[in-house]
Design a protein around this ligand. Structure first.
Ligand SMILES: [Zn+2]
Length: 155
């Protein structure tokens, strides 16, 4: 998640300019709301968050804006895992855990994710590329499971 200072209007406006995305009040509100949380919200959840913060933005606008942000590379769309797609304003490589009971998604700490990715055998990746005729750009791993009941999870 970007530091709070990176979410000020001017910083976000510069970010939009870099990727040639038109900056509007609504788009800023949507990006700001997404980048302020770790919960990887769905379109519906983000719409609810914005409504609670007294933003009068339609569900369609939230959806269309998220898709535009994904296209521009400012937001990552997570594979839906059988539920609604989730969105992430943290776009650098990081891994996720998904709770199979609730569908919620959380970040794996960067150092642990990097350690896991480093253990992937290159020769297997190469072999996959050869057998499928597919060039691998990067690896995304989603760890699916459930929280130990003794631990409460804070999104
Ligand atoms: Zn994430």
């Amino acid at each position: 998640m970007p530091a709070a200072s990176k979410l000020c209007e001017q910083a976000v406006q510069e970010l939009f300019t870099q990727v040639h995305l038109r900056f509007t009040r609504q788009r800023y509100a949507i990006y700001h709301a997404l980048a302020s949380v770790h919960s990887h919200p769905t379109v519906d959840e983000l719409f609810q968050m914005l409504a609670q913060a007294n933003h009068d933005i339609s569900l369609a606008t939230v959806y269309n804006t998220l898709e535009a942000l994904v296209k521009s590379g400012l937001v990552r769309k997570l594979s839906d895992g059988g539920t609604s797609a989730r969105y992430d304003a943290t776009v650098d490589d990081h891994l996720h855990v998904r709770d199979k009971n609730t569908g919620t998604v959380a970040d794996v700490p960067a150092d642990l994710g990097q350690r896991l990715l480093k253990t992937l055998p290159n020769e297997v990746l190469k072999q996959i590329e050869i057998e499928l005729g597919f060039k691998i750009n990067h690896v995304e791993i989603e760890l699916v499971g459930e929280y130990a009941s003794s631990k409460t999870h804070v999104a």
